[in-house]
Design a protein around this ligand. Sequence first.
Ligand SMILES: NC(=O)c1ccc[n+]([C@@H]2O[C@H](COP(=O)([O-])OP(=O)(O)OC[C@H]3O[C@@H](n4cnc5c(N)ncnc54)[C@H](OP(=O)(O)O)[C@@H]3O)[C@@H](O)[C@H]2O)c1
Length: 427
Amino acid sequence: MKHFKSICALLMCLLLAFPFAACGGNQDGGQGGNQGGTQNEQGTQDGSQSGNEQEGQGGSQSGNEQEGQGGSQSGNEQESQGGSQSGIEQESQGGNQNQPETPSSGFPITEEAPGEGPQSKSNITSVEGVPLITLNNGVQMPRFGLGTQIQELENGDLGTLNRTSRECVAAALEAGYRHLDDAHGYLNERGVAQGIKDSGVPREEIWITDKLWPSEYANAATAIDQMLDRLDVEYIDLLYLHHPAGSIATIESAWRAMEDAYREGKIRALGISNFDNRMEAFNAIMDEEIKPQVMQIECHPMAQRVETRELAAQYNIQVECWYPLKHADDTLLGDTTLEEIAEAHGKSVVQVIVRWHIQEGFSVIPGSTNPAHIQENIQVFDFKLSDEEMDRIRALDRGDRGRSFRLQYGNSAGMFGSAPREWNGEF
Ligand SMILES: NC(=O)c1ccc[n+]([C@@H]2O[C@H](COP(=O)([O-])OP(=O)(O)OC[C@H]3O[C@@H](n4cnc5c(N)ncnc54)[C@H](OP(=O)(O)O)[C@@H]3O)[C@@H](O)[C@H]2O)c1
């Protein structure tokens, strides 16, 4: 059964990275083709994070922080308990969301999020001990959330996918999650939107992340408005370019449309996803007026992404980890070091992995469709890994050999150029 799960996970990996490639001709809109991800190698262990943080517990590595408990190492910090070692301190919850601080990296703060517009209604606070990070534009983001992609259902009936997403999101919000990671490419925005409504949690108290698909880059302004409609919200908290696919000019034009939407108050923070796989595109974005606040990359104890984290730190960009559990791969969840540490704390291996991400300073978005797992995964703010335990987990890093994917992108968007399927059914 374990082997079967591993094989399924591998297949799901392909779906994840190439949601439409794997769907092939079954996708409306003519997606297909095979993107063919390959493994790459990079990094060894440790590495540093950046950004301005606020935590429930535990230490983070740098940047401007705000913690519920525990210590952080540097930067401008905000803590409710425990001692911070340096920097600016503020209250742990609420307030001050649009007050940028000087980043510890010395990299200039990017253009501050506008005070006016729909986004000004946001009211993000720490719930269940989840740390908030103050991003390089002064906006605060919960550093833990739910990954909403359900790869297993992307090939099938989109009504089933959206109904499942609705239930997962409502369960997560009920459990105290206040950060949801979505993408147009996950084909479930309407389900996520319905789950938010079902939960009764005010939209303003939730951090909603979405991602533009490359097929939308050439008409990104329209795509952003369509996204707002599908999510049925006035603003998106974090909008990523999902993949650095297609011509650099088109990627830049999409970024500029995102900058415009940011200035109009439709988006609170901007991000780049998977740009670690195409430095030409990464560098092009760094030349734009508004720098990214967050970059999303594959990262977990077996692929700790040291070099990419150092790169992000140079620009004071927060790193957010996709595949934090390596999609429940047995090589990670069955690791004996993690099992020993978990036993010592009376926690599960998954909880130790999520806790490791938090103490490393990452934003982390484990995915789950199981309400018990959703509940379990947020129960990580009542214990702390010791320095020795953190080092033991850092020693699990396999560099880029530990990565599940290394996507290859080029001037042709290829299969990324096909539009995602849309679901217009009723709940
Ligand atoms: N930017 C990108 O290109 C990109 C790529 C991939 C993913 N992402 C984002 O990252 C999120 C996370 O990635 P992911 O969901 O693919 O992988 P993941 O979070 O590493 O792992 C999810 C898997 O772990 C299992 N799981 C979760 N909690 C568990 C627990 N407590 N005990 C045992 N198993 C557990 C889930 O099964 P159950 O459902 O049974 O709990 C699911 O099979 C995605 O949802 C998506 O939002 C972004």
